[in-house]
Design a protein around this ligand. Structure first.
Ligand SMILES: C[S@@+](CC[C@H](N)C(=O)[O-])C[C@H]1O[C@@H](n2cnc3c(N)ncnc32)[C@H](O)[C@@H]1O
Length: 329
């Protein structure tokens, strides 16, 4: 060890020091692995040298993990007591099989959860129209059963005058959502920071999803930006117990036929698919013309939509009735 050391005098800036340190770690891991050392001993050894040479502390376990990764890719792989040499092609095949196994396990877990859900639905209080309910109300005044909703997926108005609603939404969601259930909120970029701060008051922030809308950009003159995407904020009511998700949605074609601020069913369906399972009770407290509801019913979920605008609720009712007449859970 220390064969590729850089003298302290050679290291000028902080950036150069970091780069040299990274390079040193890579080289020493490779050398150590070739010499047959274990990732554990490499981690301990290199961490000591780094502190001496670069006056930087790196945890031995950090280096150990990196050495393990490099060993798994470049060096013979241990399979139980066997050691096998994998060619690049074999390695690809092994990784593909591993991915398939993971997917199958996830599908099995989802199927089991859906079966359990089908049992519990039988005892749930019925919704007004069987699989859905629409309410014309300010969401803050609606008496939703506490701890009864499997997911909130919603698209509130984005203007600065509406931002205080995000504070109320956070409190509302923390009351009505089940423990650890997701709250997925589409937001405009302009007041993102304020909205996110409010939302995180009672919920736990997990991630931001990019909701991409192809075609003509939206001009945000005040910020001098042409925009083709919106953040969708993913929070949970407690801890994140959702499956792994992809953080990109392509909303498909532009759809303002039913509501001036309407989203596409394709886009909302991707969110429904990622955050809920069949039979789940989805709520949209800003349902507009009911796009979240359409996507929910089409994929076997149940739905409660709230909006304080009479016309929006009428639009939702017409669209949901149409879907419901051709569907059963
Ligand atoms: C962006 S739109 C939702 C559009 C919907 N995603 C769609 O695809 O049709 C927001 C909706 O929130 C409603 N809204 C605004 N303030 C509200 C409040 N306090 N309670 C309930 N609904 C409200 C508006 O009437 C509007 O229909």
């Amino acid at each position: 060890m220390g064969r590729h050391a850089f003298s302290k005098e050679q290291i000028m800036s902080k950036k150069e020091k970091q780069e040299a340190c990274q390079l040193y770690i890579e080289q020493e891991i490779d050398a150590g692995l070739e010499e047959g050392k274990t990732p554990y001993s490499i981690g301990k050894e290199i961490a000591g040298w780094i502190e001496k040479l670069f006056e930087v502390k790196v945890k031995p376990t950090t280096i150990e993990k990196r050495a393990e990764r490099i060993r798994n890719i470049n060096f013979p792989t241990n399979v139980g007591n066997l050691t096998v040499d994998l060619s690049k092609e074999d390695e690809q095949a092994v990784l593909k099989t591993a991915r398939q196994i993971k997917t199958e396990r996830r599908q099995t877990r989802t199927r089991q959860r859906e079966e359990q859900k089908a049992e519990t639905i039988k005892t749930d209080p019925p919704l007004e129209h069987g699989n859905y309910e629409l309410v014309q109300s300010d969401f803050r005044e609606h008496k939703t059963e506490p701890n009864s909703i499997d997911a909130i997926i919603t698209d509130p108005p984005y203007g600065i005058e509406y931002i205080p609603l995000y504070k109320d939404l956070s409190l509302f969601a923390s009351n009505v959502l089940k423990q650890n259930a997701p709250c997925v909120v589409m937001i405009g970029q302009s007041w993102l920071e304020k909205a996110l701060n409010y939302l995180s008051e009672n919920l736990t922030y997990v991630w931001t999803i990019a909701y991409f809308s192809p075609g003509k950009s939206t001009q945000i003159f005040s910020r001098k930006v042409k925009s083709n995407w919106k953040p969708v904020i993913f929070l949970v009511n407690g801890n994140n117990e959702c499956e792994h998700i992809s953080d990109f949605v392509n909303s498909g074609h532009y759809d303002k036929d039913h509501h001036d601020w309407g989203q596409t069913v394709e886009g909302m369906a991707q969110l429904i698919d990622r955050f809920t399972i069949k039979g789940d009770l989805v709520m949209d407290p800003f349902c507009g013309a009911g796009t979240t509801g359409i996507a929910s019913l089409k994929s076997g979920r149940r739905f409660i939509g709230i909006d304080n605008d009479e016309y929006a609720i009428k639009q939702s009712a017409t669209r949901l009735q149409e879907i419901e007449s051709g569907r059963s859970l």
